[in-house]
Design a protein. Structure first.
Length: 162
């Protein structure tokens, strides 16, 4: 299953839907994570907030490929994309295990293939290095076998990479 998270205009939703199983538009029209950890314990992989992101943990957890399209924000995901990722903490459990010699949370859904980030906008060399490291660590934490970061100048170039 392929899931896309993007911070582009909602008109891209239809374009992306033809090439994946689920699209999350990071437009800020949802509540941010409240940090209650209910998606870990009370109702696994499901957020208590009844909005578009209620099932985000379950869908990302079942994805073989996660594609994130984000504007560069100082070598980090845009705020709207970061909020979607924050709401997906339920992809893991509160228990810990060693993976690759490091302590990580136990995966609720097992291993996945690709964590792919397409970054658009002006990006310095230092920001590119930060993004690559961030994507690699996010991939490990969420159980993805590999990560890939692609830098493009604008959103139109990002669309062509899906």
């Amino acid at each position: 299953m392929k899931v896309i998270i993007h911070d582009l205009d909602s008109r891209y939703d239809e374009v992306f839907r033809s090439g994946c199983d689920h699209v999350f538009t990071a437009d800020g029209k949802y509540a941010p994570c409240q940090g209650c950890f209910g998606c870990w314990t009370k109702h696994p992989a499901e957020c208590f907030m009844k909005d578009r992101l209620r099932q985000v943990s379950r869908l990302i957890g079942q994805a073989d490929e996660l594609v994130i399209i984000t504007k560069n924000l100082y070598g980090e995901y845009s705020a709207a994309v970061k909020n979607v990722l924050d709401r997906s903490i339920g992809t893991s459990t509160p228990f810990s295990t060693y993976r690759g010699g490091q302590m990580h949370h136990t995966l609720r859904y097992g291993k996945h293939d690709l964590w792919k980030v397409i970054v658009y906008g002006e990006t310095s060399d230092a920001e590119k290095e930060t993004f690559r490291y961030l994507a690699e660590r996010n991939a490990i934490n969420d159980g993805f076998v590999r990560s890939e970061v692609i830098f493009v100048q604008n959103s139109e170039e990002a669309e062509a990479l899906i």
